[in-house]
Write a protein that binds this ligand. Structure first.
Ligand code: 5GP
Length: 228
């Protein structure tokens, strides 16, 4: 299977600075939440607002839902193809979720980070734990909580894209998923979409300024000291 490069590839590989360009390493921004907490909508808003962020397109063995686009929402693969990718070490992380396998293709992510591009992930707590083990310094994790259990259920039903049994299972899993909130760097309660998007963008902006990500800082300060 030919994997598409990370969508909307980045041209701005450095953070601009009034006195020059400071090289920066990209970061991995993970958004996790129970299904129905609004994570997908928040992700789309972040992508639309920030051209230096690209979405990591996962591979999955689950069936395509109506409206989903192969290569954009997911790379839809067979169980055999998925196992091959695992065995070849092509996935940065992978996990079983709701009886299906999901995993993150490694190469597009590593390429983006090297070039100073930030990558957004919509993955579950299992995948987030694996990324934390492999690349803690590159990871910024955000857990999105729904405002209430009633609202969570309402959103799941309103979607009506899954059958009733599936909705019931997801409500059960939501409780499971939410038990992992304390493993995340940040937690946002999604009461209002616009506020939540602003909060995640604020997290992103702050984390970009982290000293360890600004790889060109030492050179820049040296130049300042030398009066260049
Ligand atoms: P859905 O089938 O509704 O698109 O996704 C189900 C769950 O799988 C969501 O919680 C989503 O975050 C998670 N998921 C999607 N892609 C990946 C992935 O590549 N790795 C992991 N660990 N979880 C994923």
């Amino acid at each position: 299977m030919a994997l598409l490069p990370v969508t909307r590839f980045l041209t701005d590989m450095t953070s601009s600075h009034p006195f020059g360009e400071i090289k920066r390493r990209g970061l991995m921004l993970v958004l996790s939440s129970p299904s129905g907490a609004g994570k997908t909508t928040i992700s789309r808003a972040i992508l639309a607002a920030d051209s230096n962020v690209s979405m990591s397109v996962s591979c999955t063995t689950r069936k395509k839902r109506p409206g989903e686009v192969a290569g954009v929402d997911y790379h839809f693969v067979s169980g055999e193809e998925f196992n091959l990718m695992v065995n070849r070490g092509e996935l940065l992380e992978f996990a079983r979720v709701f009886d299906n396998m999901y995993g993150t293709p490694r190469e597009p992510v590593e390429q983006s980070l090297r070039m100073g591009g930030d990558v957004l992930f919509d993955i579950d707590w299992q995948g987030t734990q694996q990324l934390a083990e492999k690349a803690r310094d590159d990871l910024v994790s955000v857990f999105i909580l729904p405002p209430s259990a009633r609202e969570l259920e309402r959103r799941l039903i309103a979607r009506a894209r899954d059958d009733k049994a599936e909705i019931g299972r997801r409500m059960e899993r939501a409780s499971d998923e939410m038990s992992h909130w304390a493993e995340y760097d940040y937690v946002v309660v999604n009461r209002n979409l616009r506020d939540s998007v602003e909060k995640v963008r604020a997290i992103l902006e702050s984390e970009r300024l982290h000293r360890r990500r600004q790889e060109g800082l030492a050179d820049f300060v040296r130049q300042l000291q030398q009066g260049v």
